[in-house]
Design a protein around this ligand. Structure first.
Ligand code: ATP
Ligand code: MG
Length: 186
């Protein structure tokens, strides 16, 4: 199956991000429950390997990571997707490395690509960008939201369909699982 490991967008960021998406018309907006930051894209993975990754992810020993959304970007010359950049905080980059090692220990080869953390907001038919969308991009070039803590890492199955990808959570790991509850009240 096709799989990837990601941080679901922290709850505290869902509302501000959904509010930003309200201004987007030119394409298919990513539904709130699908908003995520990919840590490692695995591609096609065998079932037994998936089980090993799930097992390790559920026991991951790592701290929560700060997520700050910072400016706008896109993929493809003709803009097939639009995203918010995520600041590459040291903790986030280290977590991506750890997750990648988990996937490799289970027997996958994670593509050697530069880690560019982002949250995809919109997918569109590649082509000319409408004045509306151009204005939205210019207006949000300096948008900054956060930091908020991400405390959950999820292994997703991704099925590509004509009406967009369908993500199914297969396993999750808690970051900072050993922290005493009081720490969150400070
Ligand atoms: P679609 O491909 O239909 O636009 P999608 O990209 O969300 O949907 P997938 O292709 O399954 O669905 O990718 C899942 C996640 O992994 C997405 O966040 C995607 O940006 C990311 N991803 C996909 N391919 C790669 C890759 N080669 N390197 C890094 N991240 C990738
Ligand atoms: Mg894709």
């Amino acid at each position: 199956m096709r799989a990837f490991i990601a941080l679901p967008l922290p709850d505290a960021l869902l509302e501000p991000v959904a509010a930003l998406q309200d201004g987007l018309e030119d394409g298919r907006v990513v539904p709130e429950e699908d908003l995520h930051i990919t840590l490692a894209f695995l591609g096609e993975v065998r079932g037994d390997v998936i089980a090993d990754i799930a097992d390790m992810l559920e026991r991951i020993d790592a701290m929560p990571v700060p997520i700050t959304l910072d400016g706008v970007g896109g993929f493809g010359d003709d803009l097939r997707s639009l995203h918010l950049h995520v600041q590459p905080a040291g903790e986030l980059v280290a977590l991506a490395g750890k997750v990648k090692r988990i996937a490799e220990m289970a027997g996958t080869t994670v593509p050697r690509r530069r880690f560019t953390p982002h949250v995809t907001l919109l997918r569109r038919t590649p082509g000319p960008v409408s004045p509306n969308l151009n204005r939205w991009i210019a207006d949000h070039a300096h948008t900054k939201i956060g930091p908020e803590w991400a405390d959950e890492v999820v292994l997703y199955q991704s099925d590509l369909t004509k009406s967009g990808p369908i993500y199914t959570p297969l396993a999750e790991g808690w970051l900072g699982a050993d922290l005493p509850p009081e720490i969150w009240d400070q």
